[in-house]
Design a protein around this ligand. Structure first.
Ligand code: 13P
Length: 266
């Protein structure tokens, strides 16, 4: 559907989930820094370690000039308050975090995060000058019932309804089919494209075509070095959100290199 414009730089993000303590994080990001080439094809890279690693990773990245943006995996929607165990958007912003995952399916399914919380959190993340990566995706049962598009429409509408077009244009959506997460099953490039095009059409319905064309849409779910280039060859797939394969610097660097080669062609 879309011709990628200069605003749609590819974004490769590594979601470390609850892996790597701060010492392992320092080793991993240092190793990644040594492996990244100098010509990254204009793509952006973010890593999303656990909260306890953020300060350590930020220090290493800044000290060594590693071209990686600092990401978080979640935050609360309020700036402060009696919310035991939570971390607020301004706390992340103060640490130099630039990208925050919002509404990852594991937060939605395992921790009861609601559509309303997702909507409030992505707005709070933007208020503090950071970029939300808002995750959507269907379950295996929804896919079997051919309800994928309905599910995506419902999630996109709940998250972005009444968001100003310039706000929408600045954020990132991650399409992560739940059946593909951590399973080794990857959506075909055609299925990923169809879902991302559907998401973009829904965004256009909410905020207009111009804003929708600017939104970057990542694919996530068993992304590996071997399938990255094909996924990124699709016109509406503007990046990848990588779980397991981002934990190892060599495999994440290989994904980055595959994306960089696609970035050079865009
Ligand atoms: P995997 O790459 O391990 O399937 O995880 C995907 C994911 O959930 C990224 O947020």
């Amino acid at each position: 559907m879309a011709t990628p414009g200069p605003a749609r730089r590819l974004l490769v993000s590594g979601n470390w989930k609850m892996y790597h303590d701060h010492l392992a994080a320092i080793r991993t990001v240092s190793d990644l820094g040594l492996r990244l080439g100098t010509d990254l094809g204009g793509i952006e890279i973010s890593v999303h370690p656990p909260f306890t690693d953020l300060r350590s990773v930020q220090t290493v990245v800044e000290d060594r000039g590693i071209p990686v943006l600092l990401g978080a995996q979640h935050c609360h929607s309020e700036d402060k308050g009696a919310f035991t165990g939570e971390v607020s958007p301004p706390m992340l912003a103060r640490l130099g975090v630039s990208h925050v995952l919002v509404g990852h399916s594991e937060r939605r399914q395992l921790f009861g995060q609601t559509d309303d919380q997702v909507a409030a959190t992505l707005r709070a993340v933007q208020r503090h000058g950071m970029t939300p990566i808002v995750c959507v995706g269907e379950t295996e049962a929804e896919r079997a019932e051919e309800a994928t598009e309905d599910r995506l429409t419902a999630q996109v509408t709940a998250a972005f309804r009444k968001l100003a077009p310039e706000r929408l244009a600045a954020l990132v959506v991650a399409y992560e089919p739940i059946w593909a997460i951590g399973t080794g099953l990857t959506a075909t490039a055609e299925d990923a494209q169809a879902a991302c095009a559907h998401i973009r059409a829904e965004l256009a319905g909410l905020a207009g075509a111009e804003a929708a064309e600017a939104v970057r849409i990542q694919y996530g779910g068993s992304v590996k070095p071997e399938n990255t280039a094909e996924l990124l060859s699709q016109p509406d797939v503007d990046g990848v959100l990588v779980g397991g394969a981002s934990l190892d610097a060599a495999s994440f660097a290989a994904i980055v290199e595959a994306a960089a080669s696609m970035g050079r062609r865009r």
